[in-house]
Ligand binder design. Structure first.
Ligand code: C5P
Length: 321
């Protein structure tokens, strides 16, 4: 399998890997005039990815099928919305695509699975339909579709400000970063992101920062955090997530996940990802994560959790020929 970043000539068929992300830091700074929250985040790709197979058609039809029948393949799916957006904006109405999605990232988990699938669709169709969009143009389309989607395009480790769409990549020496996570999620639970932010506002708005100067002060503090410069296991992130207490207080399975993760002997730190309900523990390397998973798998499964072990990943969406 060869990775094709920018295929030299248009292709008829592509496979695209769409990785999940976790939040190493999610800080709610305040409210924005558009009603969204002003955020200061560090997002990190992980090596748990959906796979999209995309075949170009000339019938003007955008179709999607998925191996997980619980996922909607209608117009609310970000894959369909991304394809529709490109087709209507770029006037390529005769072109179509048949997409098959192999779902590996848990749905409604706070891992940006839907956003990463949408980002993969933008990058895949840019090649398949020979649109020649630049990464800046792709980022703009991504930001129209969702706050997490611009990050998902290039992935890796990035500071994400604004709604989440203002990106500042962190260039760690990735050959020296071997950190991994143990990830857990109760398959019967999902959390609505709008609900989590609305509840956060109800509980915390009186403590929100009020002006751009204060926002920028916090952004600068985060930019200078020692754990980020560079990312390394010897000074691990403390994993702040301002949505965690909001979601945990209403979601027993998140409280239980955090309690079980706190007991893992080899973990560097632990927390919830995004608006949950998935939670993870961070490890210096994959072997240590696997050791803790093997000794605690039964405990997690008995409590109704699915488990994964995966290294951090320093690339976002990847095309394969
Ligand atoms: O942009 P996205 O569709 O992912 O956002 C989902 C919802 O999460 C928004 O409608 C909003 O209620 C909330 N949100 C927010 N502030 C952000 C990002 C999301 O309040 N920065």
């Amino acid at each position: 399998m060869s990775i094709v970043e920018n295929p030299a000539s248009p292709v008829e068929y592509l496979r695209v890997s769409a990785p999940a992300k976790i939040n190493l830091h999610l800080e709610v700074l305040g409210l924005r005039p558009d009603g969204f929250h002003e955020l200061a985040m560090v997002m990190q790709s992980i090596d748990l990815a959906d796979l999209l197979e995309m075949r170009k058609t000339q019938d003007g039809v955008i179709s999607l099928c998925c191996d997980d029948s619980t996922l909607s393949t209608d117009k609310d799916n970000l894959i369909i919305r991304a394809a529709d957006l490109l087709r209507s904006r770029l006037g390529v109405k005769d072109l179509g695509v048949a997409i098959r999605l192999e779902k590996k990232i848990p749905i409604g988990a706070g891992l940006a699975g839907g956003s990463s699938d949408g980002a993969a669709t933008l990058i895949g169709l840019n090649s398949l339909w020979n649109l020649k969009l630049t990464s800046i143009q792709l980022e703009k389309f991504a930001a129209e579709l969702g706050s997490d989607m611009p990050f998902c395009l290039a992935g890796g480790t990035q500071l994400c400000f604004g709604r989440g769409e203002r990106l500042e990549p962190i260039n760690s020496d990735t050959s020296k970063v071997s950190m991994a996570i143990l990830l857990v999620k109760d398959p019967s639970i999902s959390v609505s992101t709008p609900w989590a932010y609305a509840r956060c506002r109800e509980l915390n708005a009186s403590r929100y920062l009020k002006c751009e100067n204060d926002f920028e002060h916090r952004r600068n503090e985060l930019r200078k955090e020692s754990w980020l410069n560079p990312l390394r296991a010897s000074d691990p992130p403390s994993l702040r997530n301002d949505l965690q207490s909001v979601v945990a207080s209403a979601t027993p399975s998140v409280r239980n996940a955090l309690k079980l993760l706190a007991d893992l002997p080899g973990a560097l730190s632990f927390g919830m990802s995004g608006s949950g309900p998935s939670c993870f523990a961070l490890y210096s390397d994959y072997e240590n994560a696997l050791l803790d998973l093997e000794s605690s798998r039964n405990i997690f499964e008995n409590e109704g959790f699915q488990t994964w072990c995966c290294p951090l990943r320093f690339k976002g969406v990847m095309l394969y020929s």
